[in-house]
Design a protein around this ligand. Structure first.
Ligand code: C2O
Ligand code: CU
Ligand code: CU
Length: 500
């Protein structure tokens, strides 16, 4: 009897989004890709970001409540120059604390925008950032403990591009012509077409998975590109979803950069996996002028092998409701149209790239991290924990995040080997303050040439990373390490450390 009621509820829940998807198909997808406005951030005043509350019509005629940095949803693309100082004033015009964290950038803890640097309504935070990072595609987002998932979901995130005047970038680099940033996010909408973020226990466990894919804030848009080589800077800005990108005609493309900057050489591939917060720059050849689409496989949610909380069954927020597609059909991300415009970029890819070279040497110490889906108790007591401990049910090394506790003291300038594992499920593990090299993943050694410099690594088995901190972080503004499934991070799967 109980089971029957449950099933009928589930059927109703499935029916509603399907209705909406038909409307959305008629109204939105296929609109031109929004290309973010660029803010060149150098020394001096005048670079302002204002966190605001706003609304946006993701679906024509329907306003959704949103947050943004100086715009209705997301923020401008911040362009920094290596070797320069960048001054930026971030003002909080919403009714809750926020931060601006420069994800992936090598800056000291007090400039990093982590949870300890939250600032309240009406306040302005004015960091002076010494830009000391190789050319790369990064992003920024709010990072207030317990509110990160919600604030990022509603729009407090944006793209960062770092240029290095000392390298000769041999790749397409005419912004908005043959070089495009793509922040890919999944979002859910109610029957009326309003963006929603209602998370239940299931979403908490596997991380939120939305029913629509947005690129730069538009639902499944279209991008017009010139024939020839085009660079796409992919940022997985989703709360939890992992993508397996490919093109509908199965074409080969080349990855040229990962999280921390350029690879040593373009790597050819037909599919690219990006977990939450990972980035990759790819170069795609559109010389054949064929209209293709960028798609992703479904699935790939946080739960191991789709096991306990299977991501494809009727309980999954991940299932086959998107675009009216059946289970197993790809997720539509972005469609391409080829224009007659001249492509000012190079006609072919170079064989080698000016990748950042740093020799980390041998580690002087090792540390172990276990990501816990339940810090302390098992499933049965989770609901109690949710209420009793303010949602802090997850952890690392059996402790939920505590802003008042320093978990590690890492000496400045010493190479360490970190071994990361998980007691359950898969997690994108992120470290602030540096880029790292992945040594082994899933127990197997990896080819560093294919992986490059990372600040997020997808942990699906024993994983080892090699890292060294050249920036300092004191106890009042420590660096974080955490799962970048934002629901897990907010639930306590985070720790913090000083570098002195
Ligand atoms: Cu993208 Cu700790 O952050
Ligand atoms: Cu970060
Ligand atoms: Cu996680």
């Amino acid at each position: 009897m109980k089971r029957r009621q449950f099933l009928s509820l589930t059927t109703a829940a499935l029916a509603a989004p399907t209705l909406f998807v038909r409307r959305a198909n008629a109204a939105e997808p296929g609109a031109p890709l929004p290309v973010p406005e660029v803010m060149d951030v150098g020394p001096g005043s005048g670079n302002n970001l204002e966190a605001i509350r706003s609304t946006r019509e993701f679906v024509a005629g329907v306003r959704s409540d949103t947050l943004g940095y100086s715009q209705d949803y997301l923020g401008p693309l911040l362009r920094f120059r290596r070797g320069q100082t960048a001054n930026i004033d971030v003002t909080n015009r919403i009714d809750a604390p926020i931060t601006a964290h420069w994800h992936g950038m090598h800056v000291p803890g007090h400039l990093d925008g982590g949870p300890q640097l939250a600032f309240g309504p009406g306040e302005t935070w004015s960091p002076e950032l010494p830009i000391d990072h190789p050319a790369a595609t990064l992003f920024y987002h709010s990072h207030v403990h317990g509110r990160t998932a919600d604030q990022v979901y509603r729009g407090l995130a944006g793209l960062i591009v770092i240029d290095d005047p000392d390298i000769d970038d041999p790749l397409p680099r005419d912004y908005g012509v043959n070089d495009f940033p793509l922040i890919v996010q999944d979002r859910s909408f109610d029957g009326a077409g309003r963006m929603t973020y209602d998370i239940g226990m299931m979403d908490l466990m596997q991380g939120f998975h939305g029913t629509e894919i947005l690129v730069n804030g538009a639902i499944r848009p279209k991008l017009t590109v010139p024939a020839g080589l085009v660079r796409l800077r992919l940022v997985n800005g989703s709360n939890a979803r992992m993508y397996n990108f490919s093109f509908t005609d199965g074409r080969t493309f080349h990855q040229v950069a990962s999280d921390g900057g350029l690879l040593t050489a373009p790597i050819s591939m037909t599919g690219l996996r990006l977990a939450a917060a990972e980035r990759a720059e790819i170069v795609v050849d559109f010389s054949d002028r064929a209209a293709v689409r960028l798609v992703s496989t479904r699935g790939g949610s946080g739960m191991m092998g789709g096991g306990m909380m299977g991501n494809s069954g009727m309980m999954g927020g991940n299932g086959g409701m998107m675009g009216g597609g059946a289970e197993g059909s790809p997720l539509e991300i972005l469609s391409f149209e080829i224009a007659d415009a001249r492509n000012p970029g190079p006609a072919r890819l170079p064989e080698a790239l000016p990748a950042p070279v740093v020799d980390l040497g041998e580690p002087v110490r090792r540390r172990d991290f276990t990501l816990n889906m339940h810090a302390g108790n098992m499933m049965g007591s989770m609901l109690n924990n949710l209420i009793g401990r303010d949602g802090q049910i997850m952890g690392i090394n059996d402790e939920s995040y505590d802003m008042g506790r320093i978990d590690l003291q890492v000496p400045h300038g010493e190479t360490e080997l970190w071994r990361i594992n998980a007691d359950m499920a898969m997690h994108p593990f992120h470290v602030h303050g540096t880029s790292f090299q992945v040594v082994t993943q899933n127990g197997r050694s990896v080819d560093p040439v294919r992986i490059g410099w990372k600040d997020v690594v997808h942990v699906e088995g024993p994983t080892e990373i090699l890292l060294r901190f050249d920036k300092r972080a004191a106890a009042d503004a420590p660096f974080m390490y955490h799962c970048h499934i934002l629901e897990h991070e907010d639930a306590g799967m985070m720790g913090q450390f000083t570098v002195l």
